[in-house]
Design a binder for this molecule. Structure first.
Ligand SMILES: O=C(O)C(=O)C[C@]1(C(=O)O)C=C[C@@H](O)C=C1
Length: 294
């Protein structure tokens, strides 16, 4: 049985993996407290794959995780899927009936940093003066609230975390935007057998380093894709960490390495002096609810 490392228990990552890959008959899930532990367990061979949140509708790329994939590990991307993120205010006891009343007694909110960002307007409106504590995952936030047992401390976390740690939902879906989705990546050394469903398309992710900083360098790079009509779904610059002001380009390409055009485009880019590193060529899936949603 393949072992899959993820942030958990009680996290959105866990919910998304269970929904996409199944809840444990085919894979053994290994819970980790921190994203560093998730990556390292696969690097060290304790697990076969890691599940990594990589991009959110409103927050954009999870830059820490991009940087892990660029700088710290060499784990090929094997699949990608999208999952809806509905954030709940979870506390001790039944709450006080309505949102204003439940929030009135709170002095502290515990959550994952990305989740706090997704609830910024909610926090400003209802809890402008509370202390915000960031922890490694939303599951850990819920666990801490349960352990503290204080009515003035609440978590922003998935519903499942509340059920796991005996917390009550004081307010559901408090994220600032209702169509809040996160994209998750599965990384590991071996290709994986995925659910029967057909992927939306095959994506290829590359890291490109320009030979030098010269006028038109990026334009030249992009034109190798443009004239072949290859679509890019993301291009993001990340620091090389070698010298201030120098960057890698992280590029998602909507094409497969098995196509004729993409390898040719990459050869052309290398011919103009760019370095190309392949992070993966993998199926990508949009969100498909398991049960019909209201
Ligand atoms: O802490 C969790 O619940 C997670 O799964 C982590 C994480 C993230 O790192 O982006 C995953 C999805 C949500 O967008 C918020 C937090």
């Amino acid at each position: 049985m393949k072992r899959i490392a993820l942030l958990g228990p009680g996290t959105f990552t866990e919910e998304s993996a269970h929904s996409f890959l199944g809840s444990g008959e085919t894979y053994e899930y290994v819970n980790c407290k921190l994203i560093d532990d998730v990556f390292m367990s696969t690097v060290n061979g304790e697990t076969d794959y890691s599940v990594i949140p990589i991009e959110n509708t409103f927050d954009g790329s999870v830059r820490l995780h991009l940087d892990w994939l660029i700088h710290e590990v060499d784990l090929p991307m094997q699949a990608e899927w999208v999952f809806p993120i509905s954030i709940n205010l979870l506390g001790i006891g039944a709450g006080k009936g309505n949102l204003e009343a439940s929030c009135s007694g709170l002095t502290k909110i515990i959550s994952h940093g990305v989740t706090l960002t997704q609830c910024r307007q909610f926090l400003r409106k209802y809890l402008p003066h509370v202390e915000l504590e960031q922890v490694g995952s939303n599951g850990e936030a819920a666990r801490l609230v349960s352990e503290l047992g204080r009515p003035d401390v609440a978590a922003l976390a998935p519903n499942g975390a509340g059920m796991l740690y005996g917390l009550h939902t004081w307010a559901p879906a408090v994220q600032d935007h209702q169509n809040n989705y996160t994209r998750f990546l599965l990384v590991g050394n071996e290709p994986i057998q995925l659910p029967g469903r057909a992927p939306d398309f095959t994506k290829t992710t590359i890291i490109v380093t320009l030979p030098d900083d010269y006028p038109g360098g990026l334009h030249q790079l992009l034109s190798a894709f443009a004239w072949r009509r290859i679509n890019l779904s993301k291009i993001e610059s990340r620091p090389t960490k070698k010298k201030l002001g120098t960057y890698y380009f992280y590029i998602d390409v909507e094409a497969s390495m098995d196509s004729v055009l993409l390898p040719a485009a990459l050869q052309e880019i290398e011919a103009i002096g760019c370095q190309v590193r392949l992070l993966g060529c993998y199926p990508t899936y949009s969100y498909e609810p398991v049960h019909s949603e209201v």
